[in-house]
Design a protein around this ligand. Structure first.
Ligand SMILES: [Zn+2]
Length: 289
């Protein structure tokens, strides 16, 4: 989910999916009582791309986001192909949903990490003041800061639009962001998390029955060159990286995570891992606090 380097091109079969096809299928697939909506339209390379959402009214809403990085296709495809099942699962448990399935549609269309304009929508929700007047997009482990602020209107188009859409709704009870690691070879899983790790351990364990969990290992996935980000002995990373997950923990969201399958993970397995975590986050909301 990090930002500084360009991802390699994954060899996945669905690396090319036309966004117009995705959007048409999304709007046709969202079932009642949920409703689909467009929260903004962005112009990239002279073309308009709709920013898509889904809303299911209900208490303790769960936000699910995917597709910040356009070359990480599994999350947007899981949400498209399983939207009816996900809505039914949340509705049966009395939990609200907000789903933003394809946050960077132009990057999705051309299968690039960033958008067509080269902006980096992922890690630009927050900035940290690490010294007076010096603002960084992320904190190194243990680094202190004197202030934290939203990026506001100066961020990438998709980030600004999403931040506005989120600000117009309730603070979620839980928030899950679906990513893929396009740098590590082989099938692996790990997760960026905040809050009570005990809540995530059953989900990590179930994911680990499908692919190995990356444990005790450096995660060299688009980092700033001087950062040292490690998946810990369990496969968790706690990192203040300015992402939507970091933003939500600053907002006081109890459960917030960004999960990473590798892009070399077979699609149906990445799909199942995404669903394990989506259902798990709905369950956390259903249990309440
Ligand atoms: Zn990513």
């Amino acid at each position: 989910m990090r930002r500084s380097r360009r991802g390699q091109t994954g060899g996945v079969a669905n690396s090319r999916v036309l966004f117009a096809d995705y959007a048409a299928r999304w709007n046709a697939s969202v079932p009642a009582p949920a409703e689909s909506f467009t929260y903004a339209t962005v112009l990239e390379d002279g073309r308009e791309f709709s920013l898509l959402g889904l809303r299911l009214p209900g208490p303790r809403p769960v936000v699910v986001t995917a597709g910040f990085h356009g070359d990480e296709k599994a999350g947007p495809l899981t949400l498209l192909e399983h939207v009816a099942e996900i809505v039914a699962y949340a509705a049966a448990r009395g939990v609200g949903l907000q789903i933003y399935p394809c946050i960077n549609p132009s990057g999705f269309e051309v299968h690039t990490r960033y958008n067509m304009a080269g902006e980096r929508p992922n890690n630009d929700f927050l900035r940290y003041e690490v010294q007076p007047g010096v603002w960084h997009g992320e904190l190194r482990e243990g680094q202190t800061f004197t202030a934290v602020a939203p990026v506001g209107d100066g961020g990438p188009k998709e980030t600004v639009a999403l931040a506005r859409a989120l600000a117009a709704g309730p603070t979620p009870f839980a928030a899950l962001d679906l990513h893929q690691d396009n740098f590590i070879h082989g099938a692996w899983f790990y997760a960026y998390v905040f809050g009570d790790l005990a809540a995530y351990r059953p989900l990590l364990a179930r994911s680990g029955t499908l692919v190995p969990v990356l444990r005790g290992s450096i995660v060299d996935s688009g980092h700033e060159p001087d950062s040292n980000i490690y998946a810990d002995a369990e496969g968790f990373i706690v990192s203040h990286d300015g992402s939507i997950t970091d933003k939500f923990q600053r907002d006081g969201v109890l459960y917030t995570a960004a999960i990473e399958t590798t892009t070399e993970t077979p699609g149906p397995i990445a799909d199942e891992i995404n669903l394990i975590w989506i259902r798990g986050f709905v369950d956390l909301a259903a249990q309440g606090d």
